[in-house]
Design a protein around this ligand. Structure first.
Ligand SMILES: [Zn+2]
Length: 288
């Protein structure tokens, strides 16, 4: 049997830990995360049968199953972004080149529209995760690579700014890869900053994120590029499921510290399909 001292010591260690408590033990809160999704995101978006990680039609099936099985996340359906919405962040030539592929254009416009809806909900104080394909953080003003098409998160922030709803924003991109497209599209806006946490281990990564957030300026909204490819079984080989809870909780705590709680997340990468659902769920439990 453990002595009283040993129990105290144990508790002290637990509570001194920089990581929040296990994602399994989250208390329910009336304000949950809204899930933004459209059945179209299950379809293929290439007319040929080329293969890429992000374009696997069923990529979001496990994620949506896990989020629906949770039973308390309402799913909202987005509308496609308009050409005017796309023009805020992209050149006409880029939009036209995507429009030449109707299937891709339809789905990419809907993915951008999902980010716009997430941003609108954030302004109303409702956090969300938009589960979209194709992703957006490698989409620059005039080109795109890395499975991305339109710069979903950046377009959503530019629209809020143009509507006079915000003047400043922080983007936290926890995908394994740097969101060069988001940076490019937002580069003419000094009050918008993009943070890309880094680190060789999960502990280091979370500590860097925590420090970046501590030094981040007061802004009107917190946007999140939520990529799950730094996962231990994915390309990054680093983060565990509970780390996605910790990331979500650090971001939620930061939004609370900002005073207005405005935050929204949009899916980027994440290719280890057997665990994509539980990782997204862990993030939502932390982010809510
Ligand atoms: Zn990635």
């Amino acid at each position: 049997m453990l002595s009283h001292f040993a129990l105290l010591t144990r508790h002290r260690i637990i509570f001194r830990s920089t990581r929040p408590l296990s994602w399994r033990g989250t208390l329910r809160h009336p304000l949950t995360v809204l899930i933004i999704f459209h059945e179209t995101f299950h379809q293929s978006y290439y007319s040929d049968d080329r293969y890429d990680n992000a374009a696997i039609p069923d990529r979001l099936v496990g994620m949506m199953d896990a989020l629906r099985d949770e039973g308390r996340y309402e799913v909202r359906s987005p509308e496609a972004a308009s050409r005017a919405d796309l023009m805020r962040g992209h050149s006409e030539a880029h939009i036209d080149s995507v429009a030449a592929k109707p299937q891709l254009f339809a789905m990419a416009s809907l993915a951008a529209g999902a980010a716009l809806l997430g941003a609108d909900l954030a302004i109303r104080g409702e956090p969300s995760l938009a589960c979209v394909r194709p992703p957006g953080h490698h989409a620059s003003r005039s080109s795109a690579w890395g499975h991305c098409t339109f710069s979903n998160v950046a377009l959503a922030l530019l629209r809020l700014r143009d509507l006079g709803l915000i003047t400043s924003a922080t983007v936290v991109d926890f995908d394994l890869h740097t969101g060069d497209g988001t940076q490019d599209v937002l580069k003419g806006w000094p009050q918008a900053q993009v943070l890309n946490p880094y680190g060789d281990t999960a502990t280091e990564y979370l500590s860097v994120l925590e420090q970046q957030l501590q030094h981040a300026p007061q802004v009107d909204v917190l946007a999140v590029s939520a990529g799950f490819d730094a996962y231990k079984h994915d390309l990054g080989g680093k983060l565990d499921t509970e780390d996605y809870f910790s990331i979500g909780r650090l971001l939620q705590a930061h939004a609370i510290r900002l005073g207005h709680q405005r935050r929204f997340a949009v899916l980027e990468g994440g290719y280890y399909l057997p665990d994509l659902g539980k990782n997204a769920l862990a993030f939502c439990r932390g982010f809510e």
